[in-house]
Write a protein that binds this ligand. Structure first.
Ligand code: NAD
Ligand code: DAU
Length: 336
């Protein structure tokens, strides 16, 4: 499939920005429009080096005027925009329903009205729910069992996406990515939080006994998988994207502390996340059959990511100094 004008919602966030950088290099002829509300997680510094090559619109996917403005004349839209942090969804679930569910619906309607050729929804492996106690790897045909307000809102969004494909003939595709890490990640998710805490000699808070397992995938690989599904994915189909890794919280902490030469005593076991999902794991064979090849193993991807945070101290120090970050640290972690 060929596209010329492509809208990336949430392109100032972590994976969205990594995708914009990837796409500009893979498709130098594309006109890329980024629609982003610039919430606490959106950061124009993530796009600084490419601002002269893209069109940026500050706006809300849940606002029909903003959505139609961005999608006018577009061939494809990739919806990365979301409230993305599980812990925040336990504190303020309404924001997750507004952006992730209502926002996706508004964007789907705008895509239909503007005659967009293809709609790609960036979803998550969390829609399958917890695989704790099994050795199963989730398949695209598995039922949805979301267990947090975040994953419930992403599952709701997916239902609306497929419904628009069936009811209105919109060409839709969905990716279900696993835990992602890499440059430009807001320091609230485990890997950037632990790297930046360690660099400041602060404790690394492990929920419960730190044994919960995730399939950590580098943002470059997530971006290349999304791009492949955009071009080659079957209409109305979902594709798992994962790295075939199974890594616990303790292993993440140990690897970061060792790489930075910091003491293991910085590990701190804290009260568990309510409803904590102890294991996610997807089978990415369907995307691999389309031709998806990943570049990174975890050890190499983590080393490169640690190097990025070492070389970009000003980026994360500015983010961590802001009140949105301070307030999460106080409300969520103090006394845990
Ligand atoms: P992020 O929180 O870093 O960035 C989200 C971006 O969306 C920000 O730029 C923010 O300003 C923007 N945004 C939020 N609400 C908006 C709205 N109403 N209108 C327009 N823009 C809005 O998120 P991320 O980690 O980059 O995740 C991107 C997507 O990938 C999300 O859909 C998420 O569910 C999905 N995903 C994330 C991971 C992960 O590990 N981070 C894994 C799988 C899937
Ligand atoms: O699986 C994909 C999902 O991964 C994405 O859809 C979400 O947007 C993304 O936030 C992420 O969700 P998780 O809840 O898995 O990511 P988080 O980094 O918050 O947590 C990863 C694991 O680390 C989880 O087992 C909880 C644990 N953890 C997390 C934090 C923030 C800790 O032990 N301590 C922490 O401080």
């Amino acid at each position: 499939m060929n596209f010329k004008r492509v809208v990336v919602t949430g392109g100032a966030g972590f994976i969205g920005a990594n995708y914009v950088h990837y796409a500009l290099s893979a498709h130098p002829d594309w006109q890329i429009v980024v629609l982003d509300k610039l919430t606490y997680a959106g950061n124009l510094e993530n796009l600084e080096s490419v601002m002269n090559r893209i069109e940026f619109i500050q706006g809300d996917i849940a606002n029909p005027v903003d959505a139609r403005k961005a999608l006018r004349g577009a061939d494809a839209v990739l919806n990365f925009a979301a409230e993305s942090h599980v812990d925040r969804s336990l504190l303020d679930p309404g924001a997750f329903v507004r952006t992730n569910v209502e926002g996706t619906l508004v964007l789907l309607e705008a895509a239909r009205q503007e005659g967009v050729k293809r709609f790609l929804q960036v979803s998550t492996d969390e829609v399958y729910g917890d695989l704790h106690g099994t050795d199963h790897h989730s398949l695209e045909t598995d039922p949805f069992r979301p267990r947090s307000p975040y994953s419930a809102s992403k599952a709701g969004a997916e239902h609306l996406v497929f419904a628009h494909g069936i009811s209105h003939g919109l060409d839709v595709v969905v990716t279900r990515g696993s835990n992602t890490y890499g440059p430009y990640q807001y320091p609230e998710k485990i890997i950037p939080l632990f790297i930046t805490n360690a660099l400041e000699d602060k404790p690394l808070p492990l929920y419960g006994d730190g044994s919960a397992v995730r399939d950590y995938m580098h943002a470059y690989d997530h971006a290349s998988g999304i791009d492949l599904v955009l071009h080659r994915g079957g209409s109305g189909e979902a594709y798992n994207l994962g790295a075939r890794e199974q890594i616990s919280g303790v292993q993440v902490a140990d690897a970061i502390l060792a790489a930075l030469g910091k003491p293991p005593s910085l590990k701190q076991f804290v009260t568990d996340r309510p409803g904590h999902d102890y294991r996610y794991s997807v089978d990415p064979a369907k995307a691999e059959a389309l031709g998806w090849v990943r570049r990174y193993a975890f050890s190499e991807g983590l080393s490169e990511t640690i190097r990025w945070y070492l070389q970009n101290r000003a980026w994360w120090q500015r983010v961590r100094a802001k009140k949105e970050h301070q307030s999460l640290m106080q409300t969520w972690y103090e006394g845990r």
